[in-house]
Structures are given as C-alpha cells and as structure tokens.
Design a binder for this molecule. Structure first.
Ligand code: SF4
Ligand code: SF4
Length: 654
C-alpha cells in the first residue's frame, strides 16, 4: 500500500480536524485512501466527464469529439444529444433503482412482519400505520394492526409493478402539480416499470430524441421520490418509530477507547435496528466485560448512521469520506455493512487492523469480508451473531495503534414532517406566517454526498452558513447532515449564527436553524412538507420560496433525487458538474427549458458563495411572485466572497 499524506495536504482535502488527523495517520502507515486513488486516476477521461462516450452496444465503444474535429456520431449514428441523454437517463434509473430496491426490502419485511414471519421487528407507530392505510384505501376500523399492515403491504407491493397506472402516494402532490405531470406524460406509473423502461429506451435504436429521453428521466426520478423512497421512509417510520427531536453526537470522537466499537455503514435500517437491540443484550454485554471492555458502542456512518441517529439518537462517526478514516482509528472491532456508498477499499484498510468487515446483504458481497447473510425472518438471531463476532474481536485490538481524534460535537436530529408540524402546533401556519412576514425568507434543502474532488464538507458548511445568516431555514439529509452536525450548525444554540429573523423563530421553538430530516431516502419527507406548504397556500410547489442544493454529490442516487426534486418544482443547485456538458442542447434543457415546463431547473455552481447568492435571489423572486415583500436581485450581493476558500472550523478539538 502507498500513501503520501502530509498535514498540509490533509488540510486541503477536508475541513475537519478528525479527518485531517486520520489522513495524516494513514499517510504515516502507508494506507491508501480515496484521495490517493483519485490522484492516481488523473487525468480522468474527458469524454466520460462530458457524457460523450457510449458503450451501450458491441458496435462501440464510441465517443463524440467535443471540438468538432473528430467523429460527431457513434457507429449507430447517435449524436452528442442522444448519447448524453441516454447516459443521464441510465444514471437516473440506477439511482432510482437503488433507493427503490431499498424500499422494497423494507416493504417485504413489513409484509412478513404482518404475518408474524420475522424476528426482532414490531409495529412501532400504529397511529402512522393506520393513517397511511386509510390514505391508500385500506380499511382500518375494527381490525388489528397486523391485519391492516398485511393489506397495506399488498397495496404498496403493487406500486412496484405496472398494474395500477399511478403510485399510492402521488395524491400527496398538489393537484396542480399532478396535472402538470399528466400533461407532460410523466406521471410515474410503477416504480420498476419506469426504471425498466429507461433501460429499454436507452438500448441502441429505441428512444433517439433527447427531449423524450430526459422527460422519461424525470418520470423515473418521480417514481423514486414519490414511490420507492417514500415507501422506504413511511414504512421505516411505522416499523422503527417516527423520528422526534433527539440530541446526539458526531465525529470520530464518538468511538470509545474502552468499549467494543461497531460501526454500522450503509443505508437500510432493517439491520441496524436489530443490531442496536442486540448490543443491549445482557449476555453480550457480559461477554464484552469478560474481555475487559466496559460496554458495546454502536456508531453510524453514512445513511445507516442517519437512520439510527434520527430514531435512536445513536452517535454518528461520519459521512461518506470518513468510512476509511474510521478504520484508521484502529478502534473498530467491526464495520457492519449492508449496501450503497460502501467503498470496496474498506476491506483493504481493515487488513491493517483487527477490524472485521461483515457484509450482510446477499446482493452486496465484498471479496475478503466475512459474509453473514441477513434474513429478517431471523433478524434478532443474526444481529446477535454479528455483535458476538465483534465482541470476540476486542481482545485482538492493539491499544498502541488506537488513535481517536478529538471530542465529539453535539447535534440534534429527528425532524420528521410529523415532528416539524408538531413543533409548529400541528399546522404549517406558523411557518407560512413567518415566511409571509419575511422573518424567514424561505427554505432550502441542502442534501447529498461527499466527493473527494472537493474539500470534504467545505461546500456543505459554507453554503449552509451563508443561507442561515440570511434568514433562510435549511433542511439537511444524508451526508450533508453530518457535515453540518460536525460544524456545530445543528444544536439550538446555533440560532446565534442565524440572521435575526430566523434566530428569533429558532429561539422561540428551541430548534436549530438547520434541521436534520434524515437519510437520503428521507428526502421524500421534504416532498411531503413542500406539498403540505403548497396546499396550505393553495399554490403549486414551484411557487414556493424554496430551493434545493447538492453541493458535494457523487452518487447516481443523488442524480435521481435531483430529477424528482426538479420535476416536483424545486430549482436545484449542484456543486459538482454532471456529465452532460458534451451536449449544449441537453445543458440548455436542464438549465433553462425545464423551467418552462416544470417550473424548476438545474444550476451548476461549485462556489458556495455564488450558490448562496443565486439561491437568495431565487427565493426573493419567488416571494415577489407570491406577492410577499421581497428584495430586488440587484440589491443582493455576495456578502463575504473570500470565506468560500477559507477552511472553516470543524468544532473538533484535536
Ligand atoms: S449504442 Fe451507438 S454510440 Fe453506443 S456504443 Fe453502440 S454504436 Fe456506439
Ligand atoms: S448522501 Fe450520498 S454519499 Fe452520503 S450516504 Fe447518501 S448517497 Fe451515500
């Protein structure tokens, strides 16, 4: 293994002191990390970066010359527009499939739970179960929770197929928005159907009209947001509890020198929930004590971590780019993974330590890892086996190699739609009133990943800080939530960082100016909240003073999220350039043409200062459209352009 980390280099790669310390440590030990591999990949393929390469058939691979000198068409005759649109369509389908297959796993377990065929699961929120069941037409009166759950599972299973013609939760969107989708022919008919149709359309010789392909891309995204992701979120709430505000901690300081540390990494709460329960088993705690540990410490990474933090207040070790660095602490007995965003490299890094990598999903195996097949029918038993394996690894830990950097930072999570409306007294009216009065100018969802092409978390933190300073309420999910938690934005005291209007609202309600809404599938909660606000005002979502941002996105899932957010009427700013710039026509459609049909568009802006300025102007324009007091665009400027390049404090002591 090779590693060339220096402290100066580490500071350029990440804003966080815990990450810097571990990058340096990896360099000392010669452990290769994601940043080393990114450097080794330079220069990355320019054709691929522009979306201009195609390997959809064996007549290729083909590429189109962006300078107009070389080939302008693939062997089949596809031009830049068709190739770029097809590539983007397939990316959306991959992301939508990932979220939706996660949703299907939850749904299948939920169905088994209804028929008493699981171990370790229960219906935690019966009120929400009955509410959802009534919404989709399942009779609830005089029936047991299990009977209702069985019928609800059957109804939602049909959302995945093509028998119904629309999705169960699509009725949550404002009628005017649904009418737009209907007119455009992009109402999602079935989750799997739209994904499969995208693969069909992008086969050679099928959909050769880039506009038609990309409209189906929106429909594919909508099947994720209002379908697969929403099913995942809603049923997770029913099975594991609807999140309520909870205080927890974040950064690598959540690891304990004197306890068995188990990091849960991936996305699906099916596994992590039963692992949390097993970690409290007196027999396993006694076993841990017999080896000299004082307890069993479960921590989260990525969206599994968000699921556990939102519902159980489990501490969060870090986001996407922290997964290798968590291993470099030398303090993990096990990293237990399910699927999505899990770098294959963790197996290599773990070999430098006693840490066991335990894969659990039969659809996500890792060569070199220990695989324990997770089966919800035996959830409690499998969780017990996994925790026991971690405990038994504790005596193999070498205390001299342990480096746990710094102290954890407090953060608050648990802001489900139910919790937000609860804090507002059960109705969106106080939030609407605050927006109407201008106390809060609007709201922005800052979501998505880390990408090693950018300094880790800098864009998340800088964009969010600029928004809250300007009285814009920020909702966060996924890795963006972890970034903001580490920066100290997600405790009630952070109201002091907000502008005077937002500060007064946060202080009155005792909430942070940055609200943790959940994991990546929980972006569906934001759709529900936006629909509730739009319905309350009697407008469409695209009229609201809101925006989305994915400052550091990397994954195909993020592209699917972008597709459904924009198709739902929310203009979204991307901090990383998507692979579309090989086709000016596709760029024009995404950055302009879409605005005319769905009332929202994509913007690419890597500078958080400029992104914040764009969003503030966008919000004021929407306020003007609603007849609310607004600030003209030319009166808004970047208030502190220099700080975009200055690393911010992570709140972590080293
Ligand atoms: S589908 Fe067309 S552009 Fe793509 S690899 Fe085949 S021949 Fe080339
Ligand atoms: S935000 Fe992105 S990197 Fe983070 S868990 Fe979600 S998809 Fe993965």
């Amino acid at each position: 293994m090779s590693g060339t980390s220096t402290n100066g280099r580490a500071r350029r790669l990440t804003v966080h002191q815990d990450a810097q310390a571990m990058i340096d440590r990896a360099g000392e030990l010669g452990i290769t990390t994601v940043w080393d591999r990114l450097a080794a990949q330079q220069p990355q393929c320019g054709y691929c970066a522009l979306g201009l390469s195609c390997r959809n058939c064996a007549m290729g691979p083909c590429r189109v010359d962006p300078f107009g000198e070389g080939p302008q068409k693939g062997v089949c005759g596809a031009d830049a527009d068709v190739i770029v649109a097809r590539n983007l369509g397939r990316t959306i389908a991959a992301g939508s499939s990932s979220h939706s297959d996660h949703g299907r796993d939850i749904l299948e377990t939920f169905g088994h739970l209804a028929h008493a065929e699981t171990s370790g699961y229960r219906i935690a929120d019966e009120e929400k179960l009955r509410r959802i069941a009534t919404e989709v037409g399942v009779v609830t009166e005089g029936r047991t929770a299990e009977e209702v759950a069985g019928d609800l599972a059957d109804v939602l299973q049909e959302d995945y197929g093509s028998r119904r013609g629309s999705l169960s939760f699509i009725g949550r969107a404002p009628a005017v928005r649904r009418a737009k989708w209907e007119k455009l022919g992009i109402t999602p008919r079935g989750v799997d159907r739209e994904n499969v149709e995208m693969l069909h359309r992008t086969h050679m010789g099928v959909d050769n009209d880039y506009v038609n392909t990309l409209l189906h891309g929106l429909r594919t995204g909508l099947a994720d947001g209002w379908g697969g992701s929403m099913i995942a979120t809603e049923l997770s709430d029913v099975m594991f509890g609807t999140p309520q505000p909870v205080v927890s901690e974040v950064n690598l300081g959540v690891l304990k020198t004197d306890q068995v540390n188990i990091a849960m990494h991936g996305h699906n709460p099916l596994l992590s929930d039963v692992i949390c329960a097993a970690a409290q088993d007196p027999e396993l705690l006694e076993l841990a004590r017999s080896y000299g540990a004082t307890g069993i410490n479960i921590v989260g990474l990525c969206c599994t971590g968000n699921e556990m933090l939102m519902r159980r207040g489990v501490p969060m070790a870090g986001n996407h780019l922290m997964q290798e660095l968590a291993l470099v602490t030398g303090a993990l007995e096990a990293m237990v993974v399910d699927y999505q965003c899990i770098m294959p490299s963790i197996v290599d890094v773990s070999k430098c330590y006693h840490t066991k990598i335990i894969s659990t999903s039969d659809k996500a195996k890792f060569t070199g890892a220990t695989h324990i097949s997770f089966d919800p029918e035996h959830g409690a038993e499998v969780a017990h086996q996994i925790v026991r394996m971690a405990v038994e690894a504790y005596p193999d830990r070498n205390p001299e190699r342990v480096r746990i950097p710094g102290q954890p930072v407090q953060m608050m999570g648990g802001f489900s739609v139910e919790a937000i409306l609860g804090a507002l007294g059960g109705t969106p009216k106080p939030l609407v009133d605050a927006i109407a009065a201008g106390t809060i100018r609007g709201a922005v969802a800052v979501v998505g990943c880390n990408n090693p092409k950018l300094p880790q978390d800098l864009e998340h933190i800088e964009l969010t800080r600029r928004l809250i300073e300007n009285d814009v309420l920020v909702l966060v999910t996924g890795c963006a939530a972890v970034a903001n938690g580490k920066s100290g934005h997600m405790v009630p005291e952070a109201a002091a960082m907000a502008g005077p209007g937002l500060r007064s609202v946060c202080q009155a309600l005792g909430i942070p100016p940055v609200l943790h809404v959940g994991s990546c599938v929980d972006n569906s909660r934001i759709l529900v909240l936006l629909a509730a606000l739009a319905d309350f005002l009697g407008v469409d979502i695209d009229q609201l003073p809101v925006a989305g941002a994915a400052p550091e996105w990397y994954s195909e899932k993020a592209v699917a999220i972008g597709a459904y957010v924009v198709a739902s009427g929310v203009t979204t700013v991307l901090g990383v350039q998507p692979a579309v710039f090989g086709s000016p026509n596709v760029v024009n459609l995404l950055a302009d043409g879409l605005d005319g049909v769905v009332g929202a568009k994509f913007v690419v802006e890597p500078d958080p200062a400029k992104a914040a300025l764009f969003i503030r102007r966008h919000i004021e324009a929407k306020r003007q459209g609603l007849g609310l007091p607004f600030v003209p665009a030319d009166e808004l400027a970047i208030d502190d352009g220099e700080s975009a390049t200055v690393p911010v404090a992570s709140g972590v002591g080293s």
